[in-house]
Every structure is written in structure tokens, then in C-alpha cells.
Design a protein around this ligand. Structure first.
Ligand code: LLP
Length: 413
């Protein structure tokens, strides 16, 4: 882990978190470069056949984070034009970029084609038509995969489950065969791959293995129709430890299961699109206690970070471990840890037991490297936090704290 307590003080790699926060202010996201690099190397080393790890930029979109992975050989899983723009700025090889997302605009398809990315993952027949038409207009052939919805229960939070029939994602499993046959007839489409992504924060391998088996079966039927695949994209979804009860899958087991399922398609490159696995436990959000308050029986600790900085608890009732940056040994209180935003839903934890430290003390919200800053907003006109990347005993500010001027910079009077 990049974050550890030594003699009761929290360190990010070799640096004292309190010292960083006092110098740079709060709220602040602090990332560990070495944790993220190690996660990449673990996953990369787990595969024994040709593969591409396309980092899901949506989990943490900072250019420096994308660059950190691309320097290790990663590609990018993008879901918008501006994510491709970011990937290019960070030096990602377009031949390792896959374009996911349920509704790509014509403008986005054009941009992807102009940049010659590895493949566009079409999520509906309508979208496939749009890709074909756009490619024809540009005089190009679009390399595509169809995102197949295998109707497998990923056993995760309903909001981050994507591979069930009732979800909006992908082409229904039963229809994918026909859509591939139609794609084969399209002049400006080159069938390159097949993709699925059943959900996020998966803590059990079996749904991935089930989905892989279903998709491999479909591929066999398509091969009988002379449709061959150069890439199998197994999506992202690998879970991480948020609380001590979590028991996420071992990456080696994960890779072994995927490779076994597609062993009949040895020539195809395996693409995977991890986000959270690479970045989640590589980040903390450090925040300051502003006030204590008691309403009747209920204790509140009010902090300077809010749902605008970290939306996951409000949106998914997600659990994030929270601890004082400096352990005091004081008795614990049971409290709600809440932000300053004018919403009842602006909480980080409810009925949470934590050492009762004074106003001005610092708290660390753990496992916030993924879907933390990337989901931040300016609600209540709160400037976004700064982001810092720690590398052993030095750190770099990789995003400046926003100012009021930044907030109105695009507005016209
Ligand atoms: N590929 C596709 C097509 C995806 O939709 C996603 C995530 C990923 C890859 C990366 O998944 P990961 O490896 O990070 O699980 N905001 C939610 C997570 C939403 C995930 C959306 N799609 C959260 O905070 O938990």
C-alpha cells in the first residue's frame, strides 16, 4: 500500500501526510505513484498471452495519472472525445485505445477515426450504422467490436452493474449474432473484436468466468460464419479492498480464467479495461475538521470536503474508511461525518466510530484514487480540490486547487 501509519502518523510513501496538507491546504487528493505502478505490474504480469491493458480513464482522468500508466505500456479505455484528447496529451499509443460508451456522437466517432484508435466498441445496431456512415464519409474503414450484454449477474451494487438484460449497456446476447452478420455486410466496417463489461467492483470471479464462457461460445458460432476476431475485450471491473470484509479476486486467478475461456482464440489479443484496480487504493482525500455539532443525540463531525469532492457515499452509500491523519489515542465517538454542502445526502459516513479529535484536525478518506476527483463537481460553487502525486520522498502538484475565477471563466455576461 502507498499509505501507511508509522508511529501513529499517516505517510504517503515516505512523506508525512500532515506536512503535505498543511503546506498545500485541504481538501486535497494525494496519490501514490508507486502503488499505482505496482498494481499495473501485478495485472500485466498475470497474463501469459498477448494482451493490452487499456486504463479506464474515467476512474482518474488526471493527465499525469494517464501518463504514469502509458509509460508502463498501458493503453486507454475512453468513453468520450475529451477522454481521447486527454489520452493523446498523455502520450497514449492510439493503437491501444478502445472507445466504449453507450452513445457516441458522430463528432466523437469522427475524432476516433481520425486518430486511428484500435477499435470502437459499438453498443447498438443504430450506433453501428452511425459508425459505418461516418467512416464512409471520411473514406475510412472503422475497426469495431460489438459490446455484448451477456446477461450475467455481476453481484455488485445495482448502480454499477452493467451486464444484465435490464441495463442499458451493450447489445443483447441473443441479438449479437445477427448484428455481427449485418456488420459483416457493411462496407466501411471492419470487424476487429468483441467486448463485454458486466460491472464494476466485482469481488467474485465466477460472473466474469460465466460471461467469458458465453461470449466465447458466441465467437465460435460466428467463426462458423467466417467472422474472425483479432481482439477480445473483457472490460474492467476488478474489485479492490475498501473495508476489511472485502475479499476481491486474485489477479492471477482472474487472468487465468479469462485466458482459459478464450483458449480457442489464441491469435486474438486480450484487451482489458481496468480502472479502479489500478487507481482506487492509490489515492486518499485529506480533509480538515471544521466543526463538531450535536443535534439531540446525534453527533456530527463537519469537514471541509463534501459530496462535490467525493460523490460515492452520497450516490451509492459507498463505504470509505476514514481515519485521523494523526492518531491521538483518544476515545472514539459515534458520529456522522458530513460535508458543508446544502444537501442532506452530503455525508461521507453515518454512525461511524472514530477517534474524537478537535476542530482543525485532519482526516484521511481512503480508497479514493478511483471515481473520486473524476466525479467531482462545482456544486454550491465549491472550487475543486488540488491533486498531488507522491513519488517516494517527493511530491508534485498535478492539479492546482481551483479559484473563484476558474469557476466563472467560461461564463459570459
Ligand atoms: N470498461 C467499461 C466499459 C466501463 O463502463 C467501466 C466502468 C470500466 C471499463 C472500468 O471499470 P472498473 O475497472 O473501474 O471497475 N462511478 C462508479 C463506477 C462506475 C463504473 C463505470 N464503468 C463508482 O464510483 O463505483
Amino acid at each position: 500500500m502507498g499509505f501507511n501509519f508509522k508511529s501513529g502518523q499517516l505517510f504517503a510513501e515516505s512523506l508525512n501526510v500532515k506536512e503535505i496538507a498543511e503546506k498545500e491546504g485541504t481538501p486535497v487528493y494525494i496519490y501514490s505513484k508507486n502503488h499505482m505502478q505496482n498494481q499495473f505490474k501485478k495485472l500485466d504480469g498475470a497474463f501469459s498471452r498477448k494482451h493490452i491493458i487499456s486504463f479506464a480513464i474515467k476512474s482518474n482522468s488526471n493527465l499525469n495519472i494517464i501518463k504514469l500508466f502509458s509509460a508502463l505500456g498501458a493503453g486507454a479505455d475512453i468513453v468520450s472525445k475529451c477522454e481521447l484528447f486527454r489520452a493523446k496529451k498523455a502520450g497514449v499509443d492510439p493503437q491501444k485505445v478502445v472507445f466504449s460508451g453507450v452513445a457516441k456522437t458522430v463528432n466523437e466517432i469522427e475524432y476516433a477515426l481520425e486518430n486511428n484508435i484500435l477499435m470502437i466498441n459499438a453498443e447498438s445496431y443504430d450506433e453501428l450504422l452511425a459508425i459505418n456512415e461516418t467512416a464512409a464519409r471520411l473514406g475510412k474503414k472503422a475497426r469495431i467490436a460489438l459490446r455484448v450484454n451477456p446477461d450475467v449477474d455481476p453481484k455488485t451494487h445495482p448502480y454499477i452493474s452493467t451486464g444484465l438484460k435490464k441495463n442499458k449497456f451493450g447489445i443483447p446476447y441473443d441479438e449479437a449474432f445477427e448484428v455481427y452478420l449485418k456488420a459483416k455486410e457493411m462496407k466501411n466496417i471492419e470487424i476487429y473484436g468483441i467486448q463485454f463489461h458486466i460491472g464494476s467492483q466485482l469481488t467474485d470471479i465466477s460472473p466474469i468466468a460465466d460471461a467469458s464462457a458465453k461470449v466465447a461460445d458466441l465467437m465460435k458460432h460466428l467463426r462458423d460464419k467466417n467472422i474472425n476476431f483479432r481482439a477480445v475485450d473483457v472490460g474492467g471491473g476488478l474489485g479492490i479492498v475498501y473495508s476489511d470484509e472485502d475479499n476481491p479476486p486474485d489477479v492471477k486467478e482472474y487472468a487465468k480464467n479469462v485466458e482459459r475461456a478464450f483458449s480457442d482464440f489464441k491469435d486474438a489479443v486480450i484487451v482489458c479495461e481496468p480502472g479502479r484496480f489500478l487507481t482506487g487504493n492509490g489515492g486518499i482525500l485529506v480533509t480538515k475538521i471544521l466543526y463538531h455539532k450535536k443535534n439531540g443525540e446525534k453527533n456530527f463531525i463537519i469537514i471541509d470536503a463534501g459530496m462535490n469532492d467525493l460523490l460515492r457515499p452520497s450516490l451509492y452509500q459507498a463505504y470509505h474508511k476514514i481515519k485521523p491523519v494523526m492518531q491521538s489515542g483518544r476515545p472514539k465517538i459515534k458520529c456522522d461525518i458530513v460535508g458543508p454542502i446544502c444537501e442532506t445526502g452530503d455525508f461521507f459516513a453515518r454512525d461511524y466510530e472514530i477517534e474524537n479529535i478537535d476542530n482543525g484536525g485532519l482526516l484521511s478518506v481512503f480508497s479514493t484514487g478511483a471515481y473520486g476527483f473524476s466525479m467531482a463537481s462545482n456544486y454550491n460553487s465549491k472550487p475543486k480540490a488540488s491533486e498531488i502525486l507522491v513519488d517516494d520522498n517527493s511530491y508534485t502538484i498535478i492539479r492546482k486547487r481551483e479559484t473563484c475565477e476558474d469557476l466563472i471563466s467560461g461564463e459570459l455576461i
